[in-house]
Design a binder for this molecule. Structure first.
Ligand SMILES: [Zn+2]
Length: 206
């Protein structure tokens, strides 16, 4: 960082925690970027306060996943995550995959309308969050999602109504993405194409 002297430092949230904890503990001199951004895993509230309050560097989060690269972003008012709904329509649902009212915390389900490899609809991404009722004071009209409130301890699979889990399933084996913790255990998800209906649960031991 001292060599490159960047205006913007972008990395994983956990890396920011390690870096700025070290800087705070040692008092080591460093080039101060104008902005810090992070994605892919979480940043603790204490680390965010450390970076913003002690070092005076604004912090911004981006909500991303390999399955949906630019789901949302944090604006300068820091009220939540603006959702890019024209690219990645997003729902918040309960365990039965019913849409929850705005303000209620549930499972985040996202669709990727701009994926070049294959269509990906109603993907239960494994995060818990809530759609926020109030418009952002920044003036942007993209809806707001709360910052991730937790990692889901159960998951859902999405499939067309009336189809069993064995019909036409595509299985994805991967590590969690997005704002998920990068060292979380491996999970298996089953995606069944166009659907607004979700059933099932995370497969134990995967
Ligand atoms: Zn805003």
């Amino acid at each position: 960082m001292n060599d490159y002297r960047p205006d913007v430092l972008h990395t994983y949230g956990s890396y920011l925690g390690i870096l700025f904890s070290y800087l705070a503990e040692t008092g080591a001199p460093f080039h101060k970027p104008k902005v810090v951004t992070y994605s892919s895993d979480s940043l603790s509230d204490s680390t965010r306060r450390l970076i913003q309050d002690r070092f005076g560097i604004p912090v911004f989060s981006a909500y991303q996943a390999n399955e949906a690269l630019k789901i949302g972003f944090e604006c300068e008012h820091h009220t939540g995550l603006h959702i890019n709904i024209d690219l990645y329509p997003l729902r918040v649902v309960d365990l039965a995959c019913h849409d929850l009212p705005v303000g209620e915390t549930g499972y985040v389900v996202v669709s990727n309308l701009v994926n070049k490899g294959t269509v990906l609809l109603n993907y239960q991404i494994g995060d818990l969050a809530a759609l926020l009722p109030q418009p952002c004071t920044c003036g942007r009209t993209l809806p707001l999602l709360s910052f991730r409130q937790a990692v889901a301890t159960t998951s859902s699979t999405c499939r067309p109504a009336g189809h069993s889990s064995a019909n036409g399933a595509h299985h994805f084996h991967h590590r969690r993405k997005g704002m998920a913790i990068s060292d979380r255990p491996r999970h298996t998800y089953t995606f069944h194409g166009q659907s607004d209906r979700c059933t099932g649960g995370r497969q134990p031991g995967t």
